[in-house]
Design a protein around this ligand. Structure first.
Ligand code: HEC
Ligand code: HEC
Length: 199
């Protein structure tokens, strides 16, 4: 009997931990009101300088908010906004946005962008983006590789340049910094353009 109660207790504790980690999307929706001016009500941002966060993996959104809060990812605006958020707020916001649907941009066919995305650049040692972000740009939630498809090209370009310059340095093991450093301006522009229309 004691043993059974022990296991029941463990199960319950596990369930509570899981619910916490997943966040509450309804609570997140309320907390997202202060975010809507820039990121849109549903995470499809109002201007290309603000990244879309609709449909992004919850674990990635939560990581970024923790990184802004600790200033591991430096951005004065997001740093100030993330500062007062509790762990629960972050989980709730992440749960809400991850359940929204991203809108895909329309761009012209882009051969250079497609080549970089799918095969990289053998000569300069840029790996294929598909290796971590997937063919459709859906990323990998378990590994915390973000979804990219549909993202505004202007933001993708900016963040690739930030990685290249080391201004954004919150990527595990410098994965993105190392490869962005090997990309030239034409490749950055082309791959950003390709990503924004990727279905
Ligand atoms: C005043 C405009 C503004 C507001 C309000 C705002 N953000 Fe942001 N957010 C930004 C900008 C700009 C960036 C991109 C920073 C950069 O270039 O590194 C960003 C980036 C992010 C990112 C990282 C996206 C990615 O793809 O890496 C997340 C997540 C995020 N914001 C969530 C939120 C949440 C949640 C709120 C509300 C609590 C919020 N933001 C409010 C402007 C804003
Ligand atoms: C070895 C795995 C790996 C490869 C290959 C890779 N990425 Fe990434 N990428 C990551 C990780 C991990 C992050 C998230 C870093 C963080 O935690 O902030 C990321 C983040 C990004 C972001 C920022 C997303 C956002 O919303 O801010 C962009 C843009 C990006 N990658 C583009 C690319 C492109 C373009 C390529 C191919 C040239 C590529 N990546 C190849 C692992 C990879």
């Amino acid at each position: 009997m004691g043993k059974l109660r022990f296991w029941m207790g463990l199960l319950l504790a596990g369930g509570v931990a899981l619910a916490h980690a997943q966040g509450n999307p309804a609570a997140g929706k309320e907390k997202a009101m202060v975010c809507a001016g820039c990121h849109g009500e549903d995470g499809n941002s109002s201007a290309p300088i603000f990244p879309k966060i609709a449909g992004q993996h919850a674990a990635y959104i939560a990581k970024q908010l923790h990184d802004f809060k600790s200033q591991k990812r430096g951005d004065p605006t997001m740093g100030a906004l993330a500062e007062p958020l509790t762990g629960q707020d972050i989980d709730d916001l992440a749960a809400y946005y991850s359940q929204q649907k991203i809108t895909i941009e329309k761009t012209e066919a882009n051969a250079l962008g497609e080549t970089i995305y799918r095969t990289g650049n053998l000569k300069t040692g840029v790996p294929a983006c598909t290796g971590c972000h997937g063919f459709g740009g859906n990323g990998n939630p378990g590994a915390v590789f973000p979804q990219l498809n549909g993202q505004y090209a202007a933001y993708v370009e900016k963040t690739l340049r930030d990685f290249k310059a080391g201004e954004r340095g919150n990527d595990m093991n410098g994965m993105m910094r190392a490869l962005a450093a090997r990309m030239n301006e034409a490749e950055i522009k082309a791959v950003a353009d390709y990503i924004s229309s990727l279905q």
